[in-house]
Design a protein around this ligand. Structure first.
Ligand code: FES
Length: 175
């Protein structure tokens, strides 16, 4: 995790702490607290969950138990580039699971997770409605059809090259 991300997380926790004070310290407010955090910050970090547990005087495992029971909660921040791999029937039959595995291997994370630099996240999704193009991957807002396993590396590399280019330009402009 780099310094910028650490600073962002610290600021987020300070803000969450303030917002939690607006709730009565009653167990029935557990879900509304989690919803507030998720709505505002898009995910529930381990520190935020601990803060909720401390505020309500509950065990952390109890807070986790409730949060993981509901599909609406995310436990990882979304990456800058979000890969949605379709595993609906048509895509599954045409190797969607191999595509997913390739993304997971190349990025070193499992689906539902985000890379430590927050550049990429992976999600497995049900049919996205363009089965004729199976297997399908939605990268950010763009649908890619007939994705071959060998195309996965190229998709990731494209973003990495772009990031390096931007960093170089920034450095050149700054010097
Ligand atoms: S199953 Fe993947 S688009 Fe329909």
């Amino acid at each position: 995790m780099d310094d910028d991300i650490r600073a962002l997380e610290a600021a987020m926790l300070v803000e969450i702490e303030g917002r939690l004070q607006g709730f009565k310290k009653e167990r029935k407010n557990l879900i509304p607290m989690l919803q507030m955090i998720q709505e505002r910050y898009t995910y529930l970090s381990p520190d935020a969950l601990q803060m909720v547990a401390d505020t309500l005087g509950l065990a952390l495992c109890e807070v986790y138990g409730v949060a993981t029971f509901y599909n609406q909660f995310r436990f990882h921040p979304p990456g800058k580039h979000h890969m949605k791999v379709c595993l609906g029937t048509a895509c599954h039959v045409r190797g969607g699971d191999i595509i997913l595995e390739n993304f997971e291997r190349k990025l070193g994370i499992a689906h539902g997770e985000t890379t430590p630099d927050r550049e990429f996240s992976i999600e497995r999704v049900a049919c996205v409605g363009c089965c004729a193009l199976a297997p399908v991957v939605i990268v950010d807002e763009t649908a890619h059809g007939h994705v071959a396993p060998s195309k996965v590396e190229g998709l990731i590399l494209g973003f990495q090259i772009e990031k390096e280019k931007q960093a170089r330009e920034k450095q050149e402009n700054g010097s």
